[in-house]
Design a protein. Structure first.
Length: 132
């Protein structure tokens, strides 16, 4: 508890992501959720932090929140590419077919074969969130 309190006060996105991952591992969803919120508002948050945070929401079973985090990341960094694969996986899990089709089209428009392939793979049923 003391460690969690210190990490929460220290602030940085990387520390908050670490706290959230540790809390999830211990089954402390309340602390994980607080740390996720702190990481999202940290000035040093990165695109990868957003992706990790979205995966944490997936693990918590909150797919709408996971999708919201990815959209926040896309808006914050002004680029969809880092988030497309993860968005495809979440939309598939939510059975939001129209949005999934649009995301797959966005993946193709990147003209990046790796992104396109990763999106197609992520959109297959049964894909799981990133391991933490």
């Amino acid at each position: 508890v003391v460690v969690a309190h210190r990490l929460e006060r220290d602030g940085g996105a990387r520390r908050q992501v670490g706290l959230a991952a540790a809390a999830l591992g211990l089954g402390d969803n309340a602390t994980a959720t607080r740390a996720i919120a702190a990481a999202r508002s940290a000035p040093d948050v990165t695109a990868m932090n957003y992706i990790t945070l979205a995966s944490m929401f997936e693990l918590l079973g909150d797919l709408p929140a996971a999708l919201t985090v990815l959209r926040e990341g896309q808006d914050r960094f002004g680029a969809a590419e880092p988030f497309l694969t993860h968005r495809a996986r979440i939309l598939r899990a939510m059975n939001r077919e129209a949005e999934l089709r649009q995301t797959l089209e966005d993946c193709q428009r990147t003209a990046n074969g790796q992104i396109d392939s990763a999106c197609a793979d992520a959109a297959r049923p049964g894909r799981r969130p990133l391991g933490l």
